[in-house]
Design a protein around this ligand. Structure first.
Ligand SMILES: Cc1cc2nc3c(=O)[nH]c(=O)nc-3n(C[C@H](O)[C@H](O)[C@H](O)COP(=O)(O)O)c2cc1C
Length: 318
């Protein structure tokens, strides 16, 4: 029922993408998503070149299905990471945090599909001009780094769909079949999920990070970084309080950078310090109450989505 253009382009069964997630999107998670019929992305964010080669090799040991890599273009070695991933078998490259013009042509020359993550209509148009194959439009609900424009997924997707001719994938605030159907109704050809996949058995997140998502309420996340790196969504904790306090009193960018510091996300994701680290989590975290296997997550999304569509059809014909 849900085979879209995205499935044809990416050669996947279900139009569901694992969002790139620094420290967390490693081989076990990416391979599990691909094996379950979606598209798994290795997150290059925190990886060295050697790790990228190793992780790509491990994905290939687990699954023969297509997988990809997410590379933040802010990394000075972005191109080398891409080459390593592609050499290791990745067929899709999702770029983020930078201009889509930068590497799209070169990546396509490698024979890969290029996706780029955008937070606004104007960035989506830039992607289309740059020749990107698929635009991933991410609303302000999403966990991790969001856009300065602060547009919600609900408002962003139809406007991006109207603005570009390439397929659009919806990201931010989607974690079950209801959100999946809503995204398709808005014109998206598929979804990208992050937070839901953090709370899976296969994710590399520290157990305390996963537990924090199970406990977070609907209003349990906040945005920091508006005055520096851009809005970044994570669970409210001691660190977000300190950053918000500094931002409110007009601290300099250097002071705030000192607080955000290098590796704050690793402190939460790897070390499991959920008070002093950045616990990236989307607003939809408030709905996630169980750690599941990746296969269960994907199967549930599809089953639920089918039920939603059936119930809508019944409702309309009543
Ligand atoms: C823990 C975490 C880490 C993330 N790291 C990255 C990243 O390295 N690169 C990126 O493009 N997006 C990153 N994101 C965003 C996801 O790829 C995805 O687009 C987003 O989580 C979707 O919204 P959701 O959290 O509501 O599902 C991250 C999100 C989370 C929750």
């Amino acid at each position: 029922m849900f085979t879209t253009e995205l499935c044809d382009i990416l050669k996947i069964e279900y139009p569901i993408i694992l969002g790139g997630m620094v420290w967390i999107g490693k081989s076990e998670l990416a391979a599990a998503v691909s094996e379950a019929g979606g598209l798994g992305l290795l997150a290059a964010g925190g990886m060295t070149l050697e790790e990228m080669s190793e992780e790509a090799e491990k994905v290939r040991e687990i699954t023969s299905k297509p997988f990809g890599v997410n590379v933040p273009l802010a990394r000075p070695d972005a191109w080398d990471l891409i080459e390593r991933a592609v050499k290791g078998g990745a067929s899709v490259v999702a770029t983020s945090a930078g201009s889509p013009k930068k590497l799209t042509g070169q990546i396509k020359d490698l024979g890969c599909t290029v996706m780029h993550v955008v937070p606004s209509v104007s960035f989506a148009e830039k992607c289309a001009d740059a020749g990107v194959d698929i635009v991933i439009a991410e609303g302000i609900e999403a966990g991790g780094h969001d856009g300065f424009d602060e547009i919600t997924t609900m408002a962003l997707i139809p406007q991006v769909v109207d603005a570009v001719t390439v397929p659009v994938v919806a990201a931010g605030g989607i974690a079950d079949g209801r959100g999946f159907v809503a995204a398709l109704s808005l014109g998206a050809k598929g979804v990208q999920m992050g937070t839901r996949f953090v709370a899976t058995h296969e994710s590399a997140a520290h157990p305390r990070f996963k537990e924090a998502i199970l406990k977070v309420g609907a209003n349990g996340t906040t945005l920091t970084g508006r005055t520096t790196v851009g809005p970044t969504r994570g669970i409210k904790n001691r660190l977000t309080e300190m950053i918000l306090d500094a931002e409110r009193r007009g601290a300099t960018q250097d002071e705030i950078f000192d607080l955000i510091g290098e590796g704050r996300s690793a402190i939460a994701s790897i070390e499991g310090d959920i008070e002093e680290g950045s616990v990236y989590c989307g607003q939809i975290g408030g709905m996630i109450r169980e750690i599941k296997s990746v296969k269960d997550v994907i199967d549930n999304v599809i089953r639920e989505a089918e039920a939603v569509v059936r119930s809508l059809q019944r409702g309309i014909s009543d």
